[in-house]
Design a protein around this ligand. Structure first.
Ligand SMILES: *Cc1c(COP(=O)(O)O)cnc(C)c1O
Length: 354
C-alpha cells in the first residue's frame, strides 16, 4: 500500500444542472474538485496527498516546486507544506514586474510564508535542472529538501486521480450519477490529472475514453508527457493495467496560456450567469468551452472541475467592464429611493402575498 496523507475534503460533490447541459450540449456531471479544500482547493491537493506523504516520510523540512506566476499548484503546495510544518520554495515564471502583483494565487503563496523566486521564461525552460540545483544548494546548508515537479505531475502524484475516479465510482453506486459515462473531460496543464484519470477509468470500468483539453504546449508534448507519467504510475501500482483511450485536444488554448479570447470569455460569463457555476479563465473555462465546441458530442460526460478560482480573481480587471458598464460612480450617485422601494413590499405584491 502506497502511503498518502488525508488532505482532500472528500468525497467532493457530483452535481448536474439542466442549464449547464443546455449550454454544453450533453448530459454533464460535474465533479466538484474545486471543493477539495479551502484556500488550498483544486486538483493539486489530490496529488499532494501522495507527494507530501513521501516528503514527510523522508524527513523533509522544505519543499521545492515551480509553476507560472499565478500557479494554483505552487499555491496549494505552499499552503499544505506549511500546514505540515515544512517551508516551501516556489520558483515562478514571470514575464515582467506587472504580473508580480500580490493577488490571487501569488497573494496566497506569499501569505503562506513561502520563499518566492521569480525566473524568466527562458530560465523556466530548464526548470527540472533548476529545481535540482536549488535542492543541492539547500542540502549544502544542512536542509532536507523534497522536489515536486511542475503541477505535481509524476507517477506518484497521478495516483491522486486514480483515487478520484474510485471516489466517483462509489458515488455512482450510491445512485448520484450513472455507473458509466461516455467520457471524462478535464483541462490539461502538466498531464498528471489526465494520466490518473485515464488509468482510473480503465481500472474501474467507469468510461471507455477521456478527453483532455490542453491549455498550453500541444498534443504531441502531452502524449509523450502523459505516457511517461502513466509508466511511472504503473511501476508503483502494477494492479493498474493499461490506461483508457485519451484524446488531447489542443485547438482551444486561446491566444496564450492564461489568456482567453473574446468567445471564451463570453462563454465563461454566460455559464456563471446562467448556472451559478464559476469556471476559471486559465484551465477549466477553456476545457469546458472546448468540450462545448466539439462537433461529435457524447451522450454523457463527467467533467472534472479542477479549481482555479484564485486565478480568476487575479484577472478581475478583464471582467470588470462587462460586469459593470463604464459608469463612474461619481457621476451617478446611487438612487436610494429606488433601492429602498425594491425591499418594501407595496401595492399588489403586498396584497397578494407574492
Ligand atoms: C493544474 C491545473 C489543471 C491541470 O492539471 P494537470 O494535472 O496539471 O494537467 C487544471 N485545472 C486547474 C485549475 C489547475 O490548477
Amino acid at each position: 500500500m502506497i502511503k498518502r496523507l488525508n488532505l482532500v475534503h472528500g468525497p467532493t460533490p457530483v452535481v448536474t444542472s439542466r442549464a449547464l447541459n443546455r449550454l454544453v450540449g450533453c448530459e454533464l456531471y460535474l465533479k466538484r474538485d474545486d471543493q477539495t479544500g479551502g484556500a488550498e482547493a483544486g486538483n493539486k491537493i489530490r496529488k499532494l496527498e501522495y507527494l507530501l506523504s513521501e516528503a514527510v516520510a523522508l524527513g523533509s523540512n522544505v519543499v521545492i516546486t515551480c509553476g507560472g506566476v499565478q500557479s494554483n499548484h505552487a499555491r496549494a503546495t505552499a499552503l499544505v507544506a506549511r500546514q505540515l510544518g515544512m517551508r516551501a520554495v516556489l520558483v515562478l515564471r514571470s514575464e515582467s514586474k506587472n504580473d508580480q502583483v500580490l493577488t490571487g494565487n501569488l497573494l496566497l503563496s506569499h501569505l503562506s510564508g513561502a520563499e518566492i523566486r521569480f525566473i524568466s521564461r527562458a530560465e523556466y525552460a530548464n526548470r527540472t535542472t533548476l529545481l535540482q540545483t536549488i535542492a543541492e544548494e539547500l542540502r549544502a546548508n544542512g536542509e532536507t529538501p523534497y522536489v515536486i515537479p511542475e503541477g505535481g505531475s509524476n507517477g506518484l502524484g497521478a495516483l491522486g486521480y486514480v483515487d478520484c475516479i474510485e471516489e466517483v465510482v462509489k458515488q455512482a453506486e450510491l445512485g448520484l450519477l450513472p455507473r458509466t459515462v461516455d467520457t471524462v473531460v478535464m483541462a490539461c496543464g502538466s498531464g498528471g490529472t489526465a494520466a490518473g484519470v485515464a488509468l482510473g477509468i480503465a481500472r474501474f470500468g467507469f468510461a471507455k475514453r477521456a478527453d483532455a483539453f490542453a491549455v498550453c504546449d500541444d498534443k504531441g508534448y502531452f502524449e509523450t508527457q502523459i505516457a511517461k507519467i502513466v509508466g511511472e504510475a504503473t511501476l508503483r501500482r502494477p494492479d493498474l493495467g493499461s490506461p483508457a483511450t485519451l484524446t488531447i485536444h489542443d485547438a482551444f488554448k486561446g491566444p496564450k496560456y492564461g489568456e482567453m479570447d473574446a468567445l471564451q470569455l463570453a462563454f465563461l460569463r454566460e455559464v456563471a450567469a446562467t448556472t451559478g457555476f464559476v469556471f476559471d479563465p486559465v484551465y477549466t473555462g477553456k476545457a469546458l468551452y472546448g468540450f462545448a465546441q466539439l462537433e461529435e458530442k457524447p451522450n454523457t460526460a463527467l467533467f472534472i472541475h479542477t479549481g482555479g478560482l484564485p486565478g480568476l480573481l487575479a484577472q478581475a480587471a478583464i471582467f470588470a467592464p462587462a460586469v459593470e458598464p463604464n459608469v463612474d460612480p461619481a457621476d451617478e450617485p446611487p438612487d436610494l429611493t429606488q433601492a429602498a422601494s425594491a425591499f418594501a413590499p407595496t401595492g399588489d405584491a403586498a396584497l397578494t402575498g407574492v
